[in-house]
Design a protein around this ligand. Structure first.
Ligand SMILES: [Fe+2]
Ligand SMILES: [Fe+2]
Length: 462
């Protein structure tokens, strides 16, 4: 594309965005006058991504600038578009390669429906995540900028509050607000699409006292990750995520010391525990904003793949396939958590145990999918490198297909570094040209002082 072609294409993109936004004020979202410009915009954007991965749109001194090209031919729809960007408080909008018609449509609707002015950037980011916009992002120029990990932490913390509130409500004989769970899961789902590793890393937060709460959020995040890898629709993903968040809500009906009892249960105690899926099913039935399938999944989360669990299904009973997603996530989180009667397994050990359960209590396809998508070394795994340094995996780009990202915590003599050091495993050794560091294998995290994963992630991403 030469300069002139680029300028005219850019003008086309912005004109389409403006036209759609303007018509959205007059017609419903499905109207061709709203929809067609969005589709046109998508077509106009495509050639840009032939040689670049993103395209930046900024407002600078009252002028709209796309990839450094100022747009001067202002039309009324363009002016409206700029005014909306400015009012909401967006200094820059970035379109990423892979942006879909749906992303653009949702973004235009976001501009139209957001009535507040001067929102802080993290708030705009979390809203876009909530709306499900994945390939359009906003950036701030100044210190307002928060990285994905900070945003993920905020979203995780919010979901945790929602669970705490929901379980307390049930204990107090109140019906929890289903809309709150729905909203929290939408945020997490958006974040999983945007930066899966940032969200997954948080599932490593294992708070012993608050086990049920963190466990609920972790199961939701893991299930959302599986659901996304399966390519399920948004409605299905949200339904699964809410089921994950509330799968053990029925335990609120059990005595607290029974839930917290370490070690083996008596036969009578186990009979009590077995009631929680049905109790959960009943509670969800009274809540608003809960999909029918979510209810079914909560009831079925211990039925097991081979149907030997509880409540025991009748031969003709048809299980919801999504129940198996919750079951694998539930199992993975339980195994990687330290309990009074069990040490925490490393992610790899947990996956090995799960492979033995595949086809029996767990769906073999989902175990395999989880094994593949979490990568050979899932985020949070402690690894020894060929340099004998020890570090922790902080990310697995490309959904586990790329080289893991590692933060080194201990030097080759085992001394802790002053600060975690992020390294690129692709970085070559200047003398041999071969990668300087390779992962040799996992190390037992219990051999090293405990590390704060969120602290490491923050240090490495800063
Ligand atoms: Fe359960
Ligand atoms: Fe559970």
């Amino acid at each position: 594309m030469d300069r002139r072609q680029m300028e005219s294409a850019i003008a086309g993109v912005v004109r389409c965005l403006g036209a759609s936004l303007k018509n959205l004020g007059l017609y419903p979202t499905t109207h061709p006058l709203v929809r067609t410009p969005v589709e046109k915009c998508h077509v106009e954007l495509a050639p840009f991504f032939a040689d670049r991965s993103e395209l930046a749109l900024t407002v600078s001194d009252g002028t709209l600038v796309l990839e450094g090209v100022p747009i001067f031919q202002l039309t009324s729809s363009l002016e409206l578009f700029m005014a909306r960007l400015g009012a909401i408080g967006l200094p820059a909008v970035i379109f990423e390669r892979g942006v879909s018609v749906e992303d653009i449509e949702l973004f235009v609707r976001f501009l139209h429906e957001t009535k507040e002015q001067g929102l802080p950037i993290p708030e705009i980011k979390s809203r876009l995540a909530r709306w499900g916009v994945t390939h359009i992002r906003v950036t701030a120029t100044e210190e307002e900028e928060k990285d994905d990990f900070a945003l993920a932490r905020e979203i995780y913390g919010n979901a945790l509050n929602v669970v705490v509130r929901a379980l307390k409500d049930v204990r107090n004989g109140k019906i929890p607000d289903g809309a709150e769970s729905d909203r929290a899961v939408r945020e997490m789902s958006g974040m999983v699409s945007r930066n899966r590793d940032a969200m997954l890393a948080l599932t490593l937060i294992k708070n012993f006292d608050e086990y049920t709460y963190n466990h609920s959020v972790n199961v939701s995040v893991l299930s959302l990750t599986v659901a996304e890898t399966l390519g399920l629709s948004e409605t299905e993903r949200i339904g699964i995520g809410v089921a994950g968040l509330l799968h053990d809500v029925g335990k609120t009906q059990l005595a607290l010391d029974l839930i917290r009892k370490p070690g083996t249960l008596t036969v009578e105690e186990f009979e009590e525990i077995k009631k929680h899926p049905e109790e959960g099913f009943a509670i969800l039935g009274k809540m608003t904003h809960i999909q029918e399938s979510t209810r079914a999944v909560v009831r079925e989360h211990h039925m097991r793949f081979d149907r030997t669990g509880y409540p025991r299904p009748e031969p003709e009973y048809r299980m919801n396939p999504h129940s198996h997603v919750i079951a694998v996530s539930d199992c993975y989180d339980a195994l990687t958590t330290m309990r009074s009667y069990q040490k925490a397994r490393t992610p790899q050990q947990a996956l090995d145990i799960m492979k033995k359960l595949a086809g029996k209590s767990l769906d073999p396809d989902l175990v395999e999918l989880m094994d593949r998508s979490l990568g050979v070394y899932p985020v949070g795994t402690m690894v020894r490198l060929s340099t004998m340094e020890v570090g922790v995996v902080t990310g697995n780009p490309g959904g586990g297909k790329g080289e893991s990202m590692v933060a080194i915590l201990f030097d080759r003599s085992g001394n802790p570094l002053a600060a975690p050091k992020g390294v690129d495993l692709k970085e070559p050794d200047p003398s041999s040209g071969k990668p300087r560091r390779m992962i040799l294998g996992t190390v037992n995290p219990l051999m090293h002082p405990p590390v704060s994963m969120s602290g490491i992630l923050q240090a490495v991403s800063a």
